[in-house]
Design a protein around this ligand. Structure first.
Ligand code: PLP
Length: 361
């Protein structure tokens, strides 16, 4: 499919863009263009376009505004030292967008079209990918919405895929520091056969109340337990969790239908195995984690996701207790893993698994 490209006649002036790229803050500035691809039930995907960045004209009856039929992805573009631009495992994001689409009764965008949409946006907005100093990247946000003007409750017969881009700075501005995590005892994120596995806005909407509680308690993230028994640790609002034992074994909650299939999670499991660690995916109870941290059997805890890459966890807190991990200092295995993964992404470390995908020279 050929993309029609309409250049922005009023792009951000270079001086202003340079200022933004100097010190980008997450999700506040956007590149000059966006991708749009339309889907209609009787035509399939058609009319892929690159157009100037700007508001979406939408009828107030548009289905997404009422019933939340929406899915999204998060992926980054990295500039390497030679100026070339790369992304990380894009076919994994394409496959996950398709799985999310299936769950939310939205159309599945073909993998080739997904990857090509990223290439097309970078072809016009490549200057928005920051220099590789201080872990800066261009964050890419692909998303799909039900875009039919109809208030009836059914899967929409018209949908739109869009892709926008926002330059981001390092998640940690003063070096990698452990975060504190609020254990949600009064709210759940995902139920059995629910939408926990789908990357859908509704899951995030449902998580914001507990996040507010967490902020009030000095915590930056929320940890969710299983909805049925409040026994098993699942994940954070937007990151997967790992537990590192003092003997080098690593455990992460298994993907039992309520946990998001993180691409960083998958990559971390592979890199840990490469380094000789035994990694098990299994059910993990809050009880055993509490005991194993107290006895020193669990030495490190970290969270991972595209935005923050790998984040050490120093404190688990709820309205009943506070559990300090490793003196609230980042663990050695966590830090080494973070260096390795970001090294691959910035082209500083050999990419032994062919994870990097070139977008532009
Ligand atoms: C996006 C997301 C993650 C992390 O996935 P990555 O592919 O590693 O970015 C983890 N949990 C939830 C709920 C998410 O939405």
């Amino acid at each position: 499919m050929d993309f029609k490209v309409t250049k922005n006649q009023h792009p951000t002036p270079k001086l202003e863009r340079d200022q933004i790229l100097e010190n980008p803050t997450f999700g506040t500035h956007f590149s000059d263009h966006q991708v749009v691809i339309v889907w209609e039930k009787d035509r399939g995907w058609h009319s892929p376009e690159v157009i100037p960045y700007g508001p979406i004209m939408m009828d107030p009856s548009s289905a997404v505004l009422h019933y939340g039929q929406e899915i999204f992805e998060g992926i980054k573009a990295y500039r390497h030292a030679d100026g070339s631009i790369w992304t990380f495992r894009p076919t994994m994001n394409a496959a996950r967008l398709q799985r999310s689409a299936n769950r939310m009764a939205l159309p599945q965008l073909p993998t080739d079209l997904f990857v090509e949409s990223i290439r097309q946006l970078i072809a016009v907005d490549g200057d928005w990918v920051p220099e590789p100093v201080g872990e800066k990247t261009l964050y890419l946000r692909p998303f799909e919405i039900a875009a039919e003007n109809y208030l009836g409750v059914r899967a929409a017969n018209r949908a739109e895929y869009r892709l926008i881009a926002s330059p981001v700075g390092p998640y940690f501005t003063e070096g990698v520091k452990p975060v504190s995590i609020w254990i949600a005892l009064d709210s759940a994120r995902a139920g059995k056969h629910g939408t926990g596995e789908a990357k859908t806005g509704g899951n995030y909407a449902a998580s914001l109340m507990a996040q507010q509680d967490g902020y009030e308690q000095g915590c930056s993230q929320v940890m969710y337990l299983d909805a049925e028994t409040s026994t098993y640790i699942e994940e954070l609002g937007g990151m997967n969790l790992f537990f590192v034992y003092s003997d080098g074994k690593v455990v992460t909650p298994s993907l039992d239908g309520t946990i998001l299939h993180g691409i960083t999670r998958d990559s971390v499991i592979t890199l840990l195995k490469d380094a000789g660690h035994e990694v098990s995916e299994r059910k993990v109870t809050l009880d055993e984690v509490r005991k194993d941290i107290a006895s020193g059997t669990i030495a490190e805890v970290f969270a991972c996701g595209t935005a923050a890459v790998i984040t050490p966890v120093g404190l688990l807190k709820s309205r009943e207790e506070e559990i300090v991990i490793g003196n609230n200092e980042p663990g050695a295995i966590t830090v080494a893993l973070r260096t390795k993964l970001t090294g691959i992404q910035y082209g500083l470390v050999e990419d032994g698994h062919n994870w990097m995908h070139k977008l532009a020279d």
